[in-house]
Design a protein around this ligand. Structure first.
Ligand code: UGY
Ligand code: MN
Length: 287
């Protein structure tokens, strides 16, 4: 499928189908603790369609999978001009983040209409009445991250909000002179939120200096730049348009390679107790 030129600062999926002359050697990997879905694998034949969406297709980058990452699903959505949905979400209790990479989408939340352009970000709480249309004249490409909201008695779910990448001042990580920084779209102290979708920026040569090993899962889409990423016991070279999916406790670190900043959209489940087996479902030890 041919696409109009884009001036997006983020890497977009090309679609199409590789030629018969292409070698099979590539960087796609699915291991016990991480998956790498390189940009070049997002071809026409691996895209899905969804009910009640018109002129749209979706590259499913992550989904709950037993024995692997379990808390979220992430789609790279492509909506043609005039396309969209009046019934985008068909499950109940689901919250979402939309992050626009190219084109223009109109997101209506209740009675409020928002036009989101590249860098546009929307948080949609569980039960939000929302719809989406591409009223522009080029394809729109955006991330759609879905999570079953973990409600807590006594805590109301968060309200919907819309913002953009450029409106958020990246929060420098300690002792890095801002060479590693995180754009946070919600207050980390706000316990109503059970997922953070942030943008991490590392300047060329900056590093995550230890193998983070944590209970939270990640979906990581490289928006721009390149790096060598440490995933469990492997060093993996990644570039703009690649997706990394990390299981809980997958050790992770990186060196940013330059020449430009290495930036990625990062999903992380946060702020909730770990679910335990209900009483009575665990057998007492045999006597
Ligand atoms: O917040 C994080 O877990 C983040 N530093 N992880 C990452 O970038 N891989
Ligand atoms: Mn992490």
């Amino acid at each position: 499928m041919a696409h109009a030129m884009s001036d997006s600062p983020y890497h977009l999926p090309a679609g199409g189908l590789p030629p018969q002359t292409q070698l099979l050697t590539g960087r796609a990997a699915f291991t016990e603790s991480y998956a790498v879905i390189p940009a070049g694998t997002l071809s026409d034949i691996v895209a899905s369609r969804l009910p009640f969406w018109q002129d749209s297709r979706f590259w499913v980058l992550a989904r709950p999978l037993s024995g692997f990452a379990e808390t979220f699903s992430q789609y790279l959505a492509e909506v043609q001009p005039g396309g969209g949905s009046d019934c985008p979400e068909t499950a109940t209790g689901v919250e979402a983040v939309l992050f626009v990479m190219s084109g223009e989408v109109t997101v209506t939340i209740g009675a409020a209409r928002h036009v989101l352009r590249p860098g546009g970000y929307a948080y949609l709480p569980p039960g939000a009445d929302w719809r989406l249309r591409n009223d522009g004249d080029t394809r729109a490409v955006f991330h759609w991250i879905r999570k079953a909201y973990c409600a807590v008695p006594g805590l109301a779910p968060p309200e919907a909000f819309v913002t953009e990448d450029a409106a958020v001042t990246p929060d420098p990580m300690p002792d890095t002179d801002g060479r590693w920084a995180t754009s946070r779209f919600v207050d980390p102290d706000d316990m109503r939120h059970d997922m953070h979708v942030t943008i991490v920026t590392l300047q060329p040569g900056a590093v995550i200096p230890f193998a983070e090993t944590h209970v939270m899962e990640h979906g990581l889409y490289v928006l721009s730049g390149k790096a060598v990423y440490r995933l469990n016991q492997d060093w993996v070279e990644v570039e703009a348009g690649d997706f990394i999916w990390m299981r809980a406790f997958c050790p992770q670190a990186c060196y940013a390679g330059g020449p430009g900043p290495f930036r990625y959209l990062l999903y992380k489940d946060v702020n909730r107790h770990m679910p335990l087996a209900p009483p009575g479902t665990v057998s007492p030890p045999a006597r």
